[in-house]
Design a binder for this molecule. Structure first.
Ligand SMILES: Nc1ncnc2c1ncn2[C@@H]1O[C@H](COP(=O)(O)OP(=O)(O)O)[C@@H](O)[C@H]1O
Ligand SMILES: [Mg+2]
Length: 319
């Protein structure tokens, strides 16, 4: 089986605090998953579970503490360098489309610049044609967008524009970090449908990061549920979301915690007490909230167990 992206035992440890009270937090703890070409893979979990950290490492914005990122069969460690991720065909879109574009610049400049940087068009006409073609993928045209500032678009339109900008360089992997959490509920489905259409019409692989299980179920084939740095359950969306095995997935399905819209991509680091306590646990990080907690859970981190092809990290299950 061909893999577009492979994330192998990825670990990221952050060290915070003063010299006197140093805190080490493993935001991504031995995380492994893969994405096939033309597949939408979801990484889901409540705010502060390590989704963005994982995305940043895949994009090369953060260095991993250990583990490997393999894209197009090439190990990231061997292709180091600025913007390598872009040239390799990875693009990203983020939660807040208004944060993506400078409010004082016309949006089309970004498109022309990108084409220039990637040497994709020789003349202005060629550039306009390429831009128009890409905008049509997201349901817009060049004429509707030329010469306009970000404030002249709605949030939903601007998110579609940021998707078009990401697609301009024809990436094979798109990382979408909470792309619909700041978009009106009424427009959410149009963005999600766009992802679905793109993956059906092209070979684009998508890492869809969300805390919204409904859209995850709708667009993706496989899903990984993250909790405090660990993937606690991973498998087909059907299995994981319709018959969840892990007590955390069961809880998540009933109450989907909303991501804080103020918490941006480069958010200030403030840990809630609960979050902190859970990250510091020795055994299962969910033990403090789990209705099925056993003595063992507080002492030992559970191993990954395969139950009907679904990976579950929980002491309730035996391999
Ligand atoms: N640069 C950093 N320094 C220290 N801690 C960080 C940093 N970035 C993220 N964290 C912490 O790592 C944990 C996971 O964060 P993040 O990956 O942003 O989660 P999510 O995207 O799932 O909300 C959080 O507790 C967060 O506070
Ligand atoms: Mg995040």
């Amino acid at each position: 089986m061909e893999k577009l992206l492979e994330v192998k035992t990825l670990t990221k440890v952050f060290t915070m605090g003063s010299i006197l009270s140093r805190v080490r937090l493993t935001a991504t703890d031995n995380v492994s998953f893969f994405i096939k070409p033309g597949e939408i893979f979801t990484l889901a979990g409540e705010s502060g579970c390590g989704k963005t950290t994982t995305a940043k490492i895949i994009l090369g914005f953060e260095e991993p503490t250990s583990g490997a990122i393999i894209h197009n069969g090439k190990d990231r460690a061997e292709t180091k360098g600025k913007k390598v991720w872009q040239e390799e065909g990875i693009q990203a879109i983020f939660q807040d489309p208004f944060g993506t574009f400078n409010p004082l610049r016309v949006v089309d400049r970004y498109f022309f610049e990108t084409l220039q940087n990637f040497k994709m068009a020789k003349t202005k006409r060629e550039a306009i044609d390429l831009i128009d073609e890409t905008l049509q993928l997201v349901g817009l045209t060049y004429d509707e967008f030329a010469g306009k500032y970000p404030s002249e678009f709605s949030g939903g339109q601007l998110q579609r524009i940021s998707i078009a900008r990401a697609l301009l360089t024809k990436p094979n992997l798109l990382i979408a970090d909470e792309p619909v959490s700041m978009v009106d509920a009424s427009l959410r489905m149009s963005i999600v449908n766009l992802f679905k259409r793109l993956k059906e019409e092209t070979d684009l692989g998508l890492l869809y990061i969300t805390h919204d299980l409904a859209t995850a179920y709708y667009v993706s084939e496989r899903i990984a549920i993250m909790f405090r740095g660990n993937i606690v359950e991973m498998g087909s969306v059907e299995q994981v979301l319709m018959s969840p095995r892990h007590p955390y997935t069961q809880l998540l399905r009933e109450s989907i915690p909303e991501a804080d819209p103020k918490k941006r991509w480069s958010s200030a680091i403030t840990l809630s007490e609960l979050e902190h306590e859970e990250y510091m646990r020795t055994g299962c990080k969910f033990a403090g909230r789990c209705p099925h907690v056993m003595e063992k859970c507080k002492l030992e981190m559970p191993a990954d167990v395969l139950v009907d092809n679904t990976l579950v990290k929980c002491h309730l299950y035996k391999g």
